[in-house]
Design a binder for this molecule. Structure first.
Ligand code: AMP
Length: 281
């Protein structure tokens, strides 16, 4: 496996590969890799000649310094997991100074209002930070394809918007959410949950499924009200939001013909902030 922490070195390596007309896939991650990440990496391996996985805990997307400090990280484990997938993955694992030469701060992007809802309301400047780092990774790797999980659907839409605003040739590939058998979406943050809290967290998926079941028969307001009532019966769950929104604009709907909708949820479960969503079609 090739491991780079230096921008010029990875660019030199990729330059040689690209001169052989190879197709490059990029999977950006913040490490603490799990099977959800693996599913993106395996998809990229199938669809590209070479796959670059980046591991970088991006400081500018954290509005809470404690969240950044306690974000799980285990590079040796990550390398072992990558090796178990394939020996020819290219790992890019830079530090903050390599990515942000000079001041560690976000650039400003036109996110066309996609950052105004849900996560954007609860995590100030989060998406400007995400757009900043992904924009930097895109210009370092210049991939043919870049892979994002639907687990973070708002992030995915923001990257699709970024790529189209900048008229980049890179294709954004959507990847389905990878779940445990009980429905809990895999997340690096699950590492912070106890066994019993993980069980309680499955109620977020139950709430999303309830919305899916009732979407065609109940008013969206009624669904949201019932979900809030249900979740309020668990003292460990502090709901931040539960909304049904248009998949394209992320706006809460006045339902329209031929539009696709999703239910989105964010909650603190035993002090750990989790997000999830489900398509309603
Ligand atoms: P992260 O390391 O949390 O920044 O995630 C890196 C990428 O993996 C993002 O595109 C996430 O949406 C994706 N991802 C994280 N968890 C899952 C999951 N359970 N299923 C599918 N994709 C995921």
């Amino acid at each position: 496996m090739h491991i780079f922490s230096d921008i010029l070195q990875i660019q030199n390596h990729l330059f040689k590969l690209k001169s052989e007309r190879t197709i490059i896939g990029l999977v950006p991650t913040m490490g603490a890799l799990h099977e959800g990440h693996s599913s993106l990496i395996k998809k990229s391996k199938l669809e590209n000649d070479f796959t670059v996985v980046s591991i970088f805990v991006n400081p500018t997307q954290f509005d809470d310094s404690n969240d950044l400090l306690t974000y799980p990280s285990d590079i040796d484990n990550d390398i072992n997991l990558l090796k178990s997938i394939s020996d020819d993955i290219i790992l890019f694992n830079p530090d903050s100074h390599e990515i942000y030469s000079g001041e560690i701060k976000s650039d400003h992007f036109n996110l066309n209002g996609l950052d105004k809802h849900m996560e954007g309301e609860y995590r100030l400047n989060h998406f400007q930070g995400v757009a900043t780092v992904v924009n930097k990774l895109l210009s370092i790797v210049i991939p043919d394809n870049i892979y994002f999980g639907e687990k973070d659907f708002q992030q995915l839409r923001i990257i699709e918007n970024l790529v189209s605003e900048k008229k980049l040739k890179t294709k954004v590939v959507r990847c389905e959410t990878f779940r445990y058998a009980d429905g809990l979406a895999l997340s690096s943050r699950n590492n912070k949950l106890s066994f019993s809290s993980k069980k309680i967290a499955t109620n977020l998926f139950k709430a999303l499924n309830f919305a899916k079941e009732k979407f065609n028969t109940l008013d969206t307001f009624e669904i949201e009200k019932k979900v809030m009532e249900y979740l309020s019966s668990f003292p460990e769950i502090k709901l931040e939001y539960f909304v049904i929104a248009d998949e394209e604009t992320l706006e809460t709907p006045i339902l329209k013909e031929n539009h696709k909708y999703r239910a989105f949820i964010a909650a603190n479960v035993s002090g750990v902030r989790l997000i999830d969503n489900i398509k309603l079609y």
